[in-house]
Write a protein that binds this ligand. Sequence first.
Ligand SMILES: CC(C)(COP(=O)(O)OP(=O)(O)OC[C@H]1O[C@@H](n2cnc3c(N)ncnc32)[C@H](O)[C@@H]1OP(=O)(O)O)[C@@H](O)C(=O)NCCC(=O)NCCS
Length: 361
Amino acid sequence: MRNVEITGWGKCMPPNVLSNHDLEQLVDTSDDWITTRTGIKERRISHVEASELAAVAGLRALAAAGKTVDDVDLLMVATCSGDSIIPSTASVVQKRMETWNAAAMDLNAACSGFVYGLVVGTNMIRGGTYQTVLLVGTEKLHHLLDFTDRSTCILFGDGAGAVVLEGSDESAGVLASDLGTDGSAGHVLEVPVDGTMGDRGHPDPAMCGISMEGQEIFRRAVTKMSESSLIALDKAGLRLDDVDLLIPHQANSRIIDATARRLGLDGAKVYVNIQSYGNTSAATVPVALTEALEDGRISPGDIVLFAAFGGGLTWGSLVYKWGSRVTPLGKSDAELPPPDRNTLELLRPNFDFFGLPERMA
Ligand SMILES: CC(C)(COP(=O)(O)OP(=O)(O)OC[C@H]1O[C@@H](n2cnc3c(N)ncnc32)[C@H](O)[C@@H]1OP(=O)(O)O)[C@@H](O)C(=O)NCCC(=O)NCCS
């Protein structure tokens, strides 16, 4: 069976920052509470749509792979906060990037979306249907944030990350994976009034934002990310000792720590960047992968374990043997336009829709 390798990687984080100290001015919270409960210090608030973040991340990943937009034959966008339902966000990204040879589709498995996308993309290439897959995780989650709810508005942020997947004859690439879903628990993390079931004139704006049972998510995330990791490692014929780096979904540093503890994995082998970006859902894993490579945390031949958990409820993990190249082949000059508003101004539509945060009321 043909191997499938990640040959390019890139990220696009919007420049506007919302720090814990900024949040202290909006809701009844503190930097200390947020830091100790979640590990998050700041997050980004995007001035552009998710598709524009995706296009820049995608162009950067293509340059890193030494590919052009014409080489992409499948473009997949993992997102749960995309620009629109029709057209798909992937179609909009195709237009922005001009990847005209690519079939384009969205994939929504919430925070597990990127790991799901890695599995789908890998099998599309293994099956011989596509040669070069561009997989992007992108989110503009702040659109869904109700700043009258301090338990959710502190957690999420915006951003995008991307990888290029290609068939390879090297003895490297995707070794094994495991995916799962428990739809019976979908209500544990939801945007209640959305989609065709939603009441278009719902009187309570709070129903249009992210709603969740925090402790239930916490418990299930730790259990499923560790169980799934062990299943994927077993399928790969590897043991935990073989893992050089775990790149987990960045939802909460305590979830990450508890998962590593449950697995018995040394914390030094876990990549964490949640302090800078919060939970960017489908974007956390490709952004963390890009930064792990930039930080020199991945060496040729390393075994990298990806693990994620999210709305659905979904989870997934993937065991990957890194190939010989850990540096990009090229660099893209793609950039976002500069923001024309400050962070608070970008949040104004949220305040108008959901209500003023208590400290501004
Ligand atoms: C949300 C989360 C940080 C809350 O932490 P927790 O330790 O479970 O806290 P609790 O919900 O038990 O709340 C404890 C107290 O803190 C308060 N609190 C909640 N948010 C707060 C905030 N931002 N600042 C200060 N206090 C806050 C609660 O009101 C509660 O107060 P009370 O004891 O007076 O009722 C945590 O449950 C979590 O991260 N869960 C996972 C969420 C997640 O990752 N979702 C995405 C999955 S992909």
